[in-house]
Ligand binder design. Structure first.
Ligand SMILES: NC(=O)c1ccc[n+]([C@@H]2O[C@H](COP(=O)([O-])OP(=O)(O)OC[C@H]3O[C@@H](n4cnc5c(N)ncnc54)[C@H](OP(=O)(O)O)[C@@H]3O)[C@@H](O)[C@H]2O)c1
Length: 338
């Protein structure tokens, strides 16, 4: 075992999936690049698994426009990938909570860089990986799990017997949201495409709607909470689909829909008592750990649809971007092969 680690420290190189411009998965290349060095408040992590989020896809394309935050013409991050799980290789001087060898996971949204053999992450975004959880399972949790927890528990304040609709329920955040809402005793309607209906039932959804055939905002049903991963309707359509005092939160969607919700939501609230808002999800270590604990306890399952090796990140992103993924897609970084 001494030879490989000696080789790593000699070369200080690593393999990574790199891009220099916005575009389709073809702009991504597997390259040898310099291994990053941790700052005082960071650790260097040997990546074991990293999950793919829609935000990676959006940042790859540079669309919607909000995905160009910090880099309007050229991408701010050459290496994407935020939901990381791996082993601490080296700790910065100011790091107190981790040491080399610790198994950690976290949402590295500010630094990104997870589609690589090594990544630096600030100590404050990381937690110890539960021992019984695999690196893949841990990597599936951070962004999607926290979106779902903040949407269902904190903002949605879901209670037993309430009617909850999750739009985009078959994807990463949606699969956690369906399970969480069910665990709080809600009656859950899950909306996604035709190919995901059985899958959403298997997560516990009481009702499913195929968005290619039916518009949930036009079927006269009303809900106590709508958590929308892909908002693209008018704010008035959402108002129609809410019960009196109901809550609607958009997590992602078209820029036009999100702006309309931002501007009209408060006015709709004042005139009808229905709350229509954009949910600004705050990466939160406590929330991430809480979702991991729910997973450990078997109350929620991090659903992994497919696993890809590091060299196939472009295919993994395409699979998710084309809307085929049921739950999460995870990259497994095999250091003996890469
Ligand atoms: N607000 C915040 O602070 C915050 C923070 C982090 C991330 N985000 C955003 O949160 C979102 C998270 O998404 P995710 O990771 O769960 O994405 P995902 O895994 O791609 O899931 C999205 C699901 O929605 C489905 N879908 C697409 N169009 C739909 C429609 N018209 N009606 C119903 N379902 C539809 C997709 O399937 P098909 O495409 O096959 O139809 C897919 O199953 C991203 O947009 C990300 O940018 C927001």
């Amino acid at each position: 075992m001494t030879a490989p680690s000696a080789k790593r420290s000699d070369s200080q190189q690593m393999k990574a999936i790199v891009r220099t411009k916005y575009g389709p998965p073809e702009v991504l290349q597997l390259k040898e690049v310099a291994r990053p060095t941790p700052k005082d408040d960071e650790v260097l992590i040997m990546v074991q698994a990293v999950s793919v989020n829609r935000s990676d896809w959006e940042m790859l394309l540079g669309a919607p426009l909000y995905a160009r935050f910090g880099g309007l013409l050229r991408p701010r991050h050459k290496i994407l990938g935020s939901d990381i799980a791996g082993r601490v290789e080296m700790a910065g001087r100011g790091v107190t909570r981790f040491r080399p060898g610790d198994e950690v996971f976290g949402d590295n949204l500010v630094r990104m860089g997870g589609f690589a053999q090594y990544v630096c992450a600030r100590e404050k975004v990381l937690a110890l990986k539960p021992a019984r959880m695999t690196f893949e399972e841990a990597a599936a949790i951070p962004q999607a799990g926290v979106i779902a927890l903040q949407g269902i528990r904190d903002k949605g304040k879901v209670q037993a017997g309430q009617k909850v609709l999750i739009n985009g329920a078959g994807g990463g955040a949606g699969t956690f949201a369906v399970q969480l809402a069910k665990s709080y005793g809600a009656e859950v309607t899950a909306v996604d495409n035709t190919g995901k209906l059985d899958f959403m039932r298997s997560l516990g959804a009481d009702h499913v709607i195929d968005y290619t055939r039916e518009d949930f905002a036009k079927n006269r049903q009303q809900y106590d909470l709508i958590l929308d991963v892909v908002a693209h309707r008018s704010a008035f359509a959402y108002r129609r689909a809410l019960r009196p005092e109901g809550r609607y939160f958009a997590v992602g969607g078209s820029v036009a829909a999100l702006f309309q919700i931002l501007f009209l939501g408060p006015w709709i609230g004042r005139t009808t008592g229905k709350r229509i808002r954009v949910l600004a999800v705050r990466p939160n270590l406590e929330d991430m750990v809480h979702v991991a604990e729910l997973c450990e306890a078997g109350k929620v399952v991090p659903v992994i649809d497919r696993r890809y090796p590091l060299g196939e990140v472009p295919e993994a992103l395409r699979y998710l971007g084309e809307g085929r993924a049921k739950g999460k897609v995870v990259i497994t970084v095999d250091h003996s092969k890469t």
